[in-house]
Ligand binder design. Structure first.
Ligand code: PBG
Length: 327
C-alpha cells in the first residue's frame, strides 16, 4: 500500500487550506506593464494581433500610467514608434523623439509612484528594423551600436526614466550604458538588462505593435533557443558590467532558463511574457478553447514559480484589477 500517512490531497481539500499552503502568488507591485506610444496618432490604435493592447497617443499613454499607479503596479516599460526612421535610428537619441517625450510625459504624470522604464534599443527607430546600426556589408555592427546606445541611455535618463532596459543583445551594452550614464551624473538611473533574450518566433505580434521594418531575423545577436548554458554567461556578464536587475525573455518557452538564472543571480530576476505569449492566450480564449482568466493567472504563476520576481506582461493592469477585487 506504500505510505498511507502521505496523503497530499489533505492539503488540497478546500480553498482555505490551499491558500494556506500556496508557495507562490502574484502581486501587483511586481508586475510591469509594457506600453507603446506612437508619434502623430490622433486616437489610440488597437494592435490587431494583440486584442486589448494599444498604440497610445501621448494622452492615452498618460492615462494608462495614471491607472497603473492606481492599480499599484510596479512599473511601466515604454516603447516608442517614431513617424520617421533612418539608418542610424537617430529619433532614439533626439530629446524630442517620441520615446523620450513619452518618458517625460509619463514621469510628469506619475513622479516616483511608479517605476518608469524605457527600452534602449534601435529597432523601433531604424529604417531597416535591426537593433543596431549596420556596417558596410549590412551586418549589425556591435561596437558602433554601443556608442549610440550610450547616447540613447543618457537621453532617456534626462527625460526622466528611472530604469533603462537595454534589449538589443549587443555585447558590452550594459557596461557602455552604465559608463555613459555615470559620466553625465545619472548615478541613480538603474539598468534592467535583457540578459538572456532569445531569438523567438513569439515576438511576431510585437513587430506589428511597433510597425517594425525588419526583413531578416535577429539570429546574429539574440540567443539560440537550443542553448541553456549561455544564459548564465550572459547574465554574469551583465551583472559584472553593472546591471541592477536582469531579465529572461521570452518567459513561457524559457522557464528552465528563468530557473537557471534565478539560482545564480545576486540581483533581482525578471521575465517578460512577450507579445506572442499574450496573443496565443487571447486567440485560444476567443475561440472558447481555454478559460481566459485561469490561463492568464496560471501562465503568470508559472513564471513566478520558475523563479522570476518581476514579470513584464501585457496583462499587468487587468491582473492587478483582479487581485484588487480579490478574484
Ligand atoms: C527590442 C524589443 C523587442 C521586444 C521588446 N524589446 C522585439 C525584438 O527583439 O524583436 C519584444 C517584446 C514582445 O514581443 O512583446 N526593442
Amino acid at each position: 500500500m506504500g505510505f498511507p500517512q502521505h496523503r497530499p490531497r489533505r492539503l488540497r481539500q478546500n480553498p482555505a487550506v490551499r491558500a494556506l499552503v500556496a508557495q507562490n502568488e502574484l502581486s501587483a507591485r511586481q508586475l510591469i506593464l509594457p506600453a507603446f506610444v506612437r508619434e502623430g496618432l490622433a486616437e489610440p490604435n488597437e494592435i490587431t494581433s494583440m486584442p486589448g493592447v494599444y498604440q497610445h497617443t501621448m494622452d492615452s499613454l498618460k492615462a494608462a500610467a495614471a491607472q497603473a499607479v492606481t492599480l499599484g503596479l510596479g512599473g511601466i516599460m515604454l516603447f516608442g514608434i517614431p513617424a520617421e526612421r533612418d539608418e542610424n535610428g537617430s529619433a532614439g537619441i533626439d530629446p524630442q523623439g517620441i520615446l523620450n517625450r513619452g518618458i517625460a510625459a509619463v514621469r510628469a504624470e506619475v513622479g516616483d509612484d511608479l517605476v518608469v522604464m524605457s527600452d534602449v534599443c534601435l529597432d523601433e527607430f531604424t529604417s531597416h528594423g535591426h537593433c543596431g546600426v549596420l556596417d558596410a556589408d549590412g551586418a549589425v555592427d556591435n561596437d558602433a551600436t554601443l556608442a549610440i546606445y550610450g547616447q540613447m541611455a543618457v537621453a532617456q535618463a534626462q527625460a526622466g526614466a528611472h530604469m533603462l532596459g537595454p534589449s538589443g543583445m549587443m555585447d558590452g551594452q550594459v557596461g557602455v550604458i552604465r559608463e555613459a550614464l555615470d559620466a553625465e551624473g545619472h548615478l541613480d538611473t538603474a539598468i534592467l538588462a535583457y540578459s538572456a533574450k532569445y531569438a523567438s518566433a513569439f515576438y511576431g505580434p510585437f513587430r506589428e505593435a511597433v510597425d517594425s521594418q525588419l526583413k531578416g531575423d535577429r539570429r546574429t545577436y539574440q540567443m539560440d533557443a537550443a542553448n541553456r548554458r549561455e544564459a548564465i554567461l550572459e547574465a554574469e556578464l551583465d551583472i559584472a558590467e553593472g546591471a541592477d536587475m536582469i531579465m529572461v525573455k521570452p518567459a513561457m518557452s524559457y522557464l528552465d532558463i528563468v530557473r537557471d538564472v534565478a539560482e545564480i543571480s545576486p540581483v533581482p530576476v525578471s521575465a517578460y511574457q512577450i507579445s506572442g505569449e499574450y496573443s496565443m492566450i487571447e486567440a485560444a480564449s476567443a475561440n472558447g478553447w481555454i478559460d481566459r482568466r485561469a490561463s492568464v493567472l496560471e501562465s503568470l504563476l508559472s513564471i513566478k514559480r520558475a523563479g522570476a520576481e518581476q514579470i513584464l506582461t501585457y496583462y499587468a493592469a487587468e491582473v492587478a484589477g483582479w487581485l484588487k477585487e480579490g478574484k
